[in-house]
Design a protein around this ligand. Sequence first.
Ligand code: SAM
Length: 404
Amino acid sequence: MDMLLKKIIQNYQLAIQEKSAFSHHLSFHWKYFHDQFTLSNNPDDWATFRKKGFSKGLDCTIGQKFTKQDSLKILYDIIKKELGRFSYLIEESPIGCPDASQIDGQLVSESSCNFAYYAFRLLTETHIPIEKPIKILEIGSGYGGLARTLKQLFPNAIIYLFDLPHALALASYYINKNFPNLNAFYFSNFLENGGIIPPSYDAYFLPGWAIEKMPDASIDLVINTCSMMEMTGDIIRYYFDHIHRIINKNGFFYCVNRYTKQIGQEPICIGDYPFDSQWKLRFSAPKWDAPHIHELLLQRESSIKDPNFQPTIQQLNKIGKLITALRNKAIKVLKIKDSSDGIIIPTKAIIFGCIHDVILIFNQTTNKIYVKKIKIIKMNDKMAIIESKFRLEELIVLWEEISV
Ligand SMILES: C[S@@+](CC[C@H](N)C(=O)[O-])C[C@H]1O[C@@H](n2cnc3c(N)ncnc32)[C@H](O)[C@@H]1O
């Protein structure tokens, strides 16, 4: 076994030995995945961890919705166009053998498109210069896919990854294999160092509870994508206390989570997250391809307190309910009418995205995803009249069920 694997296994064991902190951090949802996880000492398992399902639950190449090559190509085309000269970020890493396809000479997966999209959003909305040695701290970094993409975009960034022990083991492997020259700091170093986190490393891999030892006002960008939504309310409050403490003046927090998700007995809602009043909204919208998820980018405003900030965040619960209702309505058989020649095409389809000016229609009969640029002209609870900028001049989408 090589040195890296030995180190990873040693650190996993050290983390799970901290039984009380570990069990406090495990929600009902993640207890299930932890119990299923076996830490292999076989190098071949690590070399193929994404294919073999070791990253199940934290990797959307497993059970992805853009499975078919032509659907993935549609996703790729959208993201590539959006990213322009940054489209190199879409390239998937071969580490861990993900389920990915070659498109236009690039290795592509749904995950790689997603992480490229997040990274580009951060670049364009924060205006952080790419050469800046920023400190990025990710809570719930999964197998490290976004951290890798961000390290490609911001090559001088220092990354701090906090997660549960099994995800952290995968991220340590993945990041080290992608960037073999990184000087990494592990939980074993943390323990040897008396719980002090020194600033002199390139990458940090630590279990969630070590965040307590992060110095105040030390981080430029905190990230949480699709992970708070799977924690308990207690742990979310715990992380918020530390985010408020460790983030720099004018630092950013990128928080992308479901409007609501049932975790055990507890509904976890983004509108209930305990933000204090010292934030400014920089970006806020339902995620373009997954409208049950909300994308928030916030900036720290230490000099002002905005009494309206919490009520603004609470509004997200209402938006979530509305979107859920619309989504449920949309999961029905649709009639799509091409009014240019008057033909009605009965289509068994699911609309899983209708955001801004893009509609994604998944046709269950052909297993294809159609993407249309649209303008909604008129909409009521039964139908929407939509103007399509592309092939069809006008589409009428009827929400009502038809018998087939
Ligand atoms: C659905 S995955 C998302 C992974 C990644 N952020 C993404 O967007 O693909 C949720 C992540 O949250 C992590 N997580 C769950 N509970 C946590 C906790 N208490 N502290 C830190 N991470 C946690 C899981 O281990 C997992 O890596």
